[in-house]
Design a protein around this ligand. Structure first.
Ligand SMILES: Cc1ncc(COP(=O)(O)O)c(C=O)c1O
Length: 494
């Protein structure tokens, strides 16, 4: 196909050029009705193409014209049979995959370090989770991916599993042995669903891990906005093969879309695909080189460690995305949160995320050498300073654990109810610290990186209470709880 085309962006431009007089949504009428403060800042162009799905501009829910063509070009670029444009991120993509591939009550194997949107998928679909333990890296306090062996064992232990869902790469850019996993899953005739939110660029450079569609996955979601040039919220869902029914998938996609999608976002997907198809290898070569040289410079700073190739081959680390730089600061005596905050406050550098031990810097085709220098400068200054503040827990428990490197993640708790049933059940609020033994009715996710520690239908164990207590005292933000301070927690009524 002619990848230099941008059919959807073109029809929006044609609409503007033709000078149509609008009597349609959005109400700002191509900017004229918008308050000047925002309008002046945004500029007229973006508002001129913020249109609605009128004649000639196709319908994202039932595309037959320019959107259909733009999606076909995306499928061609990604090696998929069909691609769907999503405007609610991989969040909706994860939920769509589960609702399309499984029926309520059916079992799906998935890793415990799935993004919280996977829990949303379980709640909406009524699917029963069979959790797989990803490999845990105690030194980095990080979950990696699940191995083919773990998938094989899980399927062997529970032969009534109907689909396997995996996350690769992780937030930190660690990729699974997805080809081997696809073989294991397909041997049993099951579909493999892949959350490849962080890998929309993989397809376009040989130095990056193999992309999930190329590796044989059946359904794959990419957050185009995360690593490529499209706007926030944009994502793509790719399908290959016939293990998941296309009609069902199309029906579910529709459920997740607004009837008034933002056409600017759709155009940005169209253009980002063209950019990758035509210039991806060259742009990504530059990004990879910049990230690699920055990683080397950071690793030369005493006390700083940014993992790289040496990690490959460790359990759960089949391959790595070099464009992610995880800056491990624990040997400087900082938590990742502190480092992130100091980098922002003093050096005006903002990382993508921080966790207890690490701050993560994202390198994309938009990262400049000047920006990379600022990062290296900030980290080298940080490494020179005496640790100024002690934000560790007053009891010193966290600090002791950090230093001894034995900060253990809590075990996956026993599942007592389906996530959907617990989420929708009659519930009550109880004191968090005395909630051990109760069935949780909400998701508690320390964020980032957004991995649930306990979720609806699971028993709240003593270990979980202690772990979350520690994280709270270290200043970790919690997503999900009704009570943001987690003084209380919602549990299923007895
Ligand atoms: C692994 C993973 N999957 C899915 C998502 C959700 O993606 P989006 O923000 O595009 O909805 C995220 C977001 O950080 C993620 O890390």
């Amino acid at each position: 196909m002619d990848q230099s085309r941008t059919p959807y962006f073109d029809v929006l431009l044609d609409y503007v050029d033709s000078g149509v007089i609008p009597f349609h949504t959005p109400g700002h009428m191509q900017g004229k009705g918008m308050d000047r403060s925002l309008r002046d800042f945004l500029g007229d162009n973006v508002l001129a193409i913020d249109l609605t799905q009128i004649r000639g501009l196709d319908d994202l829910l039932q595309p037959t014209e320019a959107i259909a063509e733009a999606q076909a070009l995306a499928a061609d670029a990604y090696g998929a049979d069909h691609s769907f444009f999503l405007i609610n991120g991989s969040t909706s993509g994860n939920q769509i995959m589960m609702m399309a591939a499984l029926n309520p009550g059916e079992k799906m194997a998935l890793p415990r370090n799935s993004h919280k949107s996977a829990m949303g998928g379980l709640i909406m679909s009524g699917v029963q989770p069979v959790w797989m333990q990803p490999e845990v890296d105690d030194a980095l306090h990080m979950d990696h991916t699940v191995t083919p062996d773990t998938v094989r064992q899980t399927l062997g232990a529970q032969p009534d599993i109907k689909a396997v869902y995996i996350v690769t790469p992780t937030y930190y850019g660690v990729a699974a042995d997805i080809e081997a996993i696809a073989d294991v899953v397909h041997e049993r005739g099951l579909p493999l669903l892949v959350d490849e939110a962080w890998g929309p660029h993989f397809r376009f450079h040989p130095a990056l891990p193999i992309d999930a569609i190329g590796a044989g996955a059946d359904l794959v979601v990419n957050s185009t906005h995360k690593m490529l040039g499209s706007m926030s919220q944009t994502a793509m869902l790719h399908v290959k093969g016939k293990r998941v029914k296309l009609d069902r998938l199309k029906g579910v996609v529709k459920l997740f879309l607004s009837t008034s999608p933002n056409l600017v976002l759709i155009a940005s997907l169209d253009v980002a695909r063209k950019q990758m198809a035509l210039e991806g290898p060259a742009l990504l070569s530059r990004t990879i080189e910049l990230a690699q040289s920055t990683r080397r410079q950071l690793n030369a700073i005493p006390g700083v460690y940014c993992f790289g190739e040496e990690l490959k081959g460790q359990p759960g680390v089949f391959d790595l995305d070099p464009t992610k730089i995880t800056i491990t600061v624990k040997n400087l005596g900082y938590t990742g949160y502190e480092a992130e905050e100091i980098l922002r406050r003093r050096y005006n550098v903002q990382c993508e995320l921080a966790d207890l031990f690490n701050s993560l810097a994202l390198f994309t085709i938009g990262t400049t050498p000047e920006a990379a220098e600022r990062l290296v400068h900030g980290v080298s200054q940080l490494a020179r300073e005496d640790r100024p503040i002690d934000v560790f827990s007053p009891s010193g428990v966290l600090e002791r654990r950090l230093k001894s490197g034995t900060y253990a993640l809590p075990k996956i708790p026993p599942i007592r109810m389906l996530p959907r049933d617990a989420f929708l059940a009659k519930t009550e609020s109880v004191r968090f610290k005395s909630s051990a033994g109760r069935i949780c009715a909400e998701v508690i996710t320390p964020y980032p990186p957004g991995i649930p520690v306990v979720s609806p239908g699971e028993e709240i164990t003593r270990e979980i209470v202690d772990y979350l207590d520690l994280e709270l005292r270290a200043g970790v933000r919690m997503q999900g709880p009704y009570d943001a301070q987690l003084r209380t927690i919602r549990v299923v009524s007895k």
